[in-house]
Design a protein around this ligand. Structure first.
Ligand SMILES: Cc1ncc(COP(=O)(O)O)c(C=O)c1O
Length: 339
C-alpha cells in the first residue's frame, strides 16, 4: 500500500511521550518542562487573551497558587471581598503559613482601596465577575490606581471569559482562568491558565510551574483545545439564553432577587419564603444540581448546602449556569420547580 505523504492534521497532534530523543545532548527534552501538545494549546490560550505568553496548568487552583507564588514572605495582596472560596483557602490556609499577607476589601470603593495599600502591597487580585454573587469589578479603575503604586494586577477572568473582556488590554499584568469552566465548556476536563505580556513574569511563572510540575496533561490539552474552537458560539448562545431566563426569573412572583451581569451564561437568584430551596431543587429535571459551571449542560449550585463557606449566605440563594439547551425547555423546568 502506498502511504500518502505530507498528511497535515487539522488538530494539533496529541503527543504522549514524556521524553524526547536528542541529536546532541541538551537540557531540553522532558514533558514537565516543555511538551509539544501543551505548547500548542498555550499558543491558542495566549491568542484568546491577546497575550504574548500563556501557560497551561493542571487546574485553575494550581494556576492561582502559582500566581501568588510570584510573591514572597512579607508581601501583601489586596483581594476583592468576594473571591472564589478555593482561592480564599489557598491564601488563608496555605500561603499565609509561608508569610504572605492579604486583605479582602471592596474593590468597587476606590477610596477604600487607596487606604488599604501598604508599602508591602505587591498585587491586587480579583474576579472581574465574582463567583457566586456576580459582582462586577471595573478593571480599568483598578489598573489605573495600581500603576501609580507599582502594584501588579491579576484578574481571574473565568466567569467573564475573553469573549467579553480581555483584562490585559485594560493594563492588567496577569490574567488567570479555570479552564474547567467556559473555556473547555463540556464538564470533562480540569485545567487552568495564566496569560501575560510581561516576559519577566512569564519566565518566573514558567520556572515555578515546571519545578512544581503543575502542568496540564497532553490529552487534557487536547480537550481544552477542542473546547476553544466553539467558545465564541457557545458564549453567544449561552448569553442569549441567559437573557431570556433572567427575564423570566426577574418577573416571577416567587423570586426575591436576581443578578445577571449581561455577559456569559451565569445568573444568580434568591427565592422567597422559608425552607423552599430543597423542594425547588428536588423538582428540577433538565437543570442538573452540580458544583461546576460553564458547560454545555445547565447546572445549578446551592451554596447553602453544597459549599464550605467562610461567610454567611442566604439559604435560598442559587447560582444558575445556562448551557446550550433550548431556553424554553429550561424556563419550563424552572416554572414547574417554582410552583
Ligand atoms: C472563579 C474561579 N476561579 C478559579 C477556580 C478554580 O478552578 P479549578 O476548579 O479548575 O481548580 C474556580 C472554580 O470553581 C472558579 O470558579
Amino acid at each position: 500500500m502506498k502511504v500518502k505523504k505530507n498528511i497535515k492534521p487539522i488538530n494539533s497532534p496529541v503527543v504522549l511521550s514524556t521524553t524526547f530523543s536528542q541529536d546532541v545532548p541538551s537540557q531540553w527534552g522532558y514533558s514537565r518542562v516543555d511538551d509539544p501538545t501543551r505548547l500548542a494549546l498555550e499558543r491558542e490560550l495566549a491568542d484568546l487573551e491577546k497575550a504574548n505568553h500563556a501557560l497551561a496548568f493542571s487546574s485553575g487552583s494550581s494556576a492561582i497558587a502559582c500566581l501568588f507564588m510570584l510573591l514572597k514572605a512579607g508581601d501583601h495582596i489586596l483581594c476583592h471581598r468576594e473571591i472564589y472560596e478555593g482561592t480564599r483557602r489557598i491564601l488563608d490556609k496555605i500561603l499565609k503559613k509561608f508569610g504572605l499577607e492579604f486583605d479582602l476589601i471592596d474593590l468597587k470603593k476606590i477610596d477604600e482601596v487607596k487606604n488599604k495599600i501598604r508599602p508591602s502591597t505587591k498585587m491586587i487580585f480579583f474576579e472581574n465577575i465574582t463567583n457566586p454573587n456576580l459582582d462586577v469589578i471595573n478593571v480599568k479603575n483598578i489598573t489605573e490606581l495600581a500603576k501609580k503604586n507599582n502594584i501588579l494586577v491579576a484578574v481571574d477572568n473565568t466567569i467573564c471569559t475573553p469573549i467579553f473582556q480581555k483584562p490585559l488590554l485594560e493594563e492588567a499584568d496577569l490574567v488567570v482562568h479555570s479552564l474547567t469552566k467556559f473555556i473547555s465548556g463540556h464538564h470533562d476536563v480540569l485545567g487552568g491558565s495564566i496569560m501575560t505580556n510581561n516576559i519577566d513574569l512569564f519566565e518566573r511563572l514558567k520556572f515555578n510551574q515546571q519545578t512544581l510540575g503543575w502542568v496540564l496533561s497532553p490529552f487534557d490539552c487536547h480537550l481544552v483545545s477542542r473546547g476553544i474552537k466553539t467558545l465564541d458560539i457557545r458564549m453567544k448562545k449561552q448569553t442569549d439564553s441567559a437573557f431570556k431566563i433572567f427575564n423570566f426569573l426577574k418577573n416571577h412572583k416567587k423570586i426575591k432577587k436576581t443578578n445577571f451581569p449581561g455577559v456569559s451564561g451565569i445568573i444568580s437568584f434568591t427565592i422567597g419564603g422559608k425552607n423552599t430551596a430543597k423542594m425547588f431543587l428536588k423538582r428540577l429535571k433538565s437543570i442538573k444540581i452540580a458544583q461546576s459551571f460553564g458547560g454545555v449542560e445547565s447546572t445549578i449550585l446551592h451554596p447553602g448546602s453544597m459549599m464550605v463557606l467562610s461567610s454567611k449566605i442566604d439559604d435560598n440563594f442559587f447560582r444558575l449556569s445556562i448551557g446550550v439547551e433550548d431556553p424554553d425547555l429550561l424556563i419550563n423546568d424552572l416554572k414547574e420547580a417554582l410552583k
